[in-house]
Design a binder for this molecule. Structure first.
Ligand code: ADP
Ligand code: MG
Length: 727
């Protein structure tokens, strides 16, 4: 057996689950590592704490004096816990999190060293961050970027470092991160939703959007991972024949969690809880070695920070258990990929979930307004919503029969579908009779408060109503949830603004409020009908029907990304002040650039593995066969009959080697041409997706065939059965 694969398997056979230890769990440690409001209260003078509370509630700026006080409190709390460094923690557009640590220490003029950390350092930093993607916003000669404190997300301690969540902007003020536009989108939604709520409840002063993500992931043994250059460099396998058994028996889903994995999960939960991430569920997913965890939902900005923090914590904890975590959307061909469902809703300061039916006609009308406006928003901006979740990794997952279709559609369930149908039929532009109005309101009032069990859960829908929230299932497992959350929250906000305008116009013309609301709802219900789909999203009929409804079936990432720049998208994002034209353009470019680079890396890795690992191995085996045939020839007259299989195999191996060699050369040539002919990254990405990408599949085909032919003992790479079933 090849040395690497042999050593990897040997190492694996000695693995034991990590010792459990006696860690405290749950409420005893929850938020230990977070500088929460509760701790602020303890560490701040009471007058300062009150001021801070006001500032946070009103979203106004924090003055320097207050910032100094908060910084001092943070420093005191952190130093008591052995913390020596602090960092601004932010989400640059490469999708990761970034931090640059600084020690608290400072030199006094007399040479003594003291620990300092003041409001200036808390509020703003200038990391030399010229290497983050910026889409042309920042040239390196003007490399300055600033980070600025986001008081909406509490500071926390990670790796003995005080981490301060921040936004990241260029010196011109343009956003270079995910958080800045997310905060803007959430504030636009807040205002728009509060305005609409005024029709129903004057006490509503603030609306927050809520997010509960479900994180799917694979675990793979570290030794096997290290023996697979494709996993190491690309996060997914570029080759590997499917295992005789993988997920077909569905015996993994919700099954008993393997002991080693359980030990990992326990430690992950422990760390997450200390960091204030409210992880609640864990289970096996459908594919072998695939798992999921999900928290209790939180305000969107905080939930996004917590998901980013979870992903980095997972990577760290996995290594302590000799695992690697794969967050890629499709690590293995032929088995399920991983997503990150975004459960999303809106909540008022009065504690009402705006996507949950209430107790009476009034609250249910409010529910219908938010429900229908969301559907309408998804219809209006379905291409942009799709653009917000496509990526090089997700491209391999979406549209497969285990993942949401690439066609955006909304599922409501039978009950609400009937409710919207009734509204459409009963309401008209004519004045309703008092009887008609009473009947309609009565029916609206009857929507059951607990819809959770009423929505038959259509798992094939990318955007499904699940009783008290929408579940956006097309988001990729490695994504920063901000990208879809920016688009979704802005789209719904925009729709709510329009709803209010249209309703007010009718009221001004003399229509009664309820009737005006019903009329606008009816109009939206009719206009947004094409996005509603209740049946099987995997069926081929749906593809045809969707096309006739004008819904995009684009499966490739690069063309799908173009929706970012459509007039409609620009009007939405720029018009609502969430992104400027330049910021939007920059994001579009960065997404293309990342796509291009990932594809380029995959193509190079595949070429290297094919030429330096696979072909040489095939030749070794072929030589063995040749030796065998030569031996037979020496002792047997009818060797051609005796060695028939060997000779045929020798020929087949030659055929695959030739195909691989030719295709790798062509692929390299295609890359070279694209690189030389297209300086523009977006154009180059388009050419790559057309000219380079197909080779990944066609080369793999021949390698996987060879895997079936060549002696298992000398095959260099851990096989699918080893990767998927070892734990
Ligand atoms: P399922 O797999 O059935 O969808 P999970 O329990 O795995 O259910 O995940 C459901 C997620 O939805 C959890 O993160 C939960 O907190 C979240 N959720 C529930 N209610 C809301 C809400 N109002 N807003 C946002 N997320 C919610
Ligand atoms: Mg779910």
């Amino acid at each position: 057996m090849s040395k690497f694969r042999f050593l990897a398997l040997k190492e694996l056979s000695g693995r034991k689950p990590a010792e459990r230890g006696d860690r405290a769990h749950g409420s005893a440690i929850f938020g230990d590592a977070v500088f929460s409001m509760e701790k602020m209260r303890q560490y701040l003078p009471s007058e300062a704490f009150k001021r801070l509370e006001n500032v946070l509630a009103e979203g106004t700026a924090i003055d320097r004096a207050l910032a100094n006080q908060v910084a001092a409190a943070m420093k005191a709390w952190a130093m008591e816990r052995g913390v020596t460094h602090y960092t601004h923690w932010f989400h640059p557009l490469n999708g990761a999190t970034a931090e640059k640590h600084d020690a608290f220490i400072d030199l006094l003029p007399d040479g003594r060293v003291i620990e300092t950390f003041d409001g200036r350092l808390l509020v703003q930093q200038e990391p030399d961050a010229s290497s983050f993607p910026n889409g042309g916003i920042r040239n390196t000669f003007e490399a300055r970027g600033y980070t600025a404190w986001d008081p909406g997300s509490p500071a926390f301690i990670n790796n003995r470092t005080l981490c301060i969540p921040t936004v990241f902007v260029a010196y011109t003020g343009e956003a270079l991160d995910y958080k800045t536009p997310l905060l803007k989108a959430l504030s636009v939604l807040d205002k728009a939703a509060v305005d609409v709520c005024q029709y129903f409840d004057k006490d509503v002063k603030r609306v927050i959007a809520t997010l509960g993500w479900e994180q799917e992931y694979f675990l793979v043994d570290e030794a096997l991972y290290n023996a697979r250059p494709d996993l190491k460099l690309c996060g997914r396998t570029l080759m590997g024949h499917s295992s005789a058994k993988d997920q077909q028996l569905e015996d993994q889903y919700f099954g008993a969690i393997p002991a080693r994995v359980n030990a990992f999960m326990e430690e992950l939960e422990h760390e997450s809880h200390r960091l204030g991430i409210p992880i609640k569920t864990r289970h096996n997913e459908v594919a072998p070695n695939q798992f999921e965890c999900a928290p209790i939902f939180e305000e969107v900005n905080l939930a996004v920070d917590h998901n980013q923090l979870l992903m980095s914590t997972m990577k760290k904890v996995a290594r302590r258990h000799n695992f690697r975590v794969l967050l890629h959307e499709k690590p293995y061909k032929g088995v399920n990929g991983s997503g990150k469902h975004n459960n999303w809703s809106m909540m008022t300061n009065t504690g009402v979930n705006l996507l949950s039916p209430g107790k009476n006609p009034k609250s249910n009308m409010q529910f219908l307004v938010f429900l229908v406006s969301t559907i309408k928003a998804v219809h209006e901006h379905s291409d942009l919503i799709k653009a917000s979740i496509v990526s090089q990794g997700n491209e391999a997952r979406l549209g497969g029969d285990e993942a949401p279709p690439v066609i955006m559609s909304v599922f409501l369930g039978a009950y609400l579908t009937a409710m919207l149908d009734e509204l459409e039929k009963k309401v008209s532009d004519k004045k309703m009779s008092p009887d008609e109005k009473t009947e309609l309101k009565l029916n609206v009032g009857k929507i059951p408060e607990i819809m959770l069990d009423n929505t038959d859960r259509n798992r094939t829908s990318p955007f499904a109503f699940t009783g008290n929230r929408f579940e956006f299932r097309a988001v990729g497992s490695s994504a920063n949830c901000s990208a879809p959350m920016i688009v979704l929250n802005t789209a719904v906000a925009d729709q709510l603004i329009r709803f209010k305008q249209e309703t007010d116009t009718l009221i001004e013309k003399g229509t009664k409020k309820d009737e005006a609301i019903f009329q606008v709802l009816r109009k939206y219900i009719i206009e947004s009908k094409p996005i509603r789909f209740e049946k099987n999203g995997y069926s081929s009929e749906w593809k045809e029907e969707a096309a006739s409804r004008g819904l995009s079936g684009e499966t490739n990432c690069v063309p799908a990304l173009r929706a970012y720049l459509s007039g409609k998208s620009r009007e939405l994002l720029v018009g609502n002040g969430v992104l400027s034209e330049r910021e939007l353009h920059a994001r579009f470019e960065i997404k293309n650039e990342i796509y291009l680079k990932k594809l380029q890396i995959e193509s190079r890795v595949l070429g290297d593995l094919a030429l330096n690992h696979i072909i040489p191995t095939a030749i070794v085996y072929q030589n063995r066969l040749l030796e065998n045939v030569a031996g037979l020839k020496a002792v047997m007259k009818d060797y051609e009959t005796v060695a028939e299989v060997q000779i045929a195999t020798i020929q087949t191996i030659s055929y695959h080697i030739r195909e691989i060699q030719t295709k790798v050369t062509e692929m390299t040539e295609a890359r070279k041409q694209a690189n030389n002919a297209y300086a523009d990254l977006v154009e180059r990405a388009e050419v790559y997706t057309k000219e380079v990408r197909p080779y990944l599949e066609s080369i793999r085909y021949h390698i996987d065939k060879l895997e079936l032919l060549v002696d298992d003992e000398i095959w260099p790479l851990p096989k699918y059965r080893e990767l998927l079933f070892s734990r």
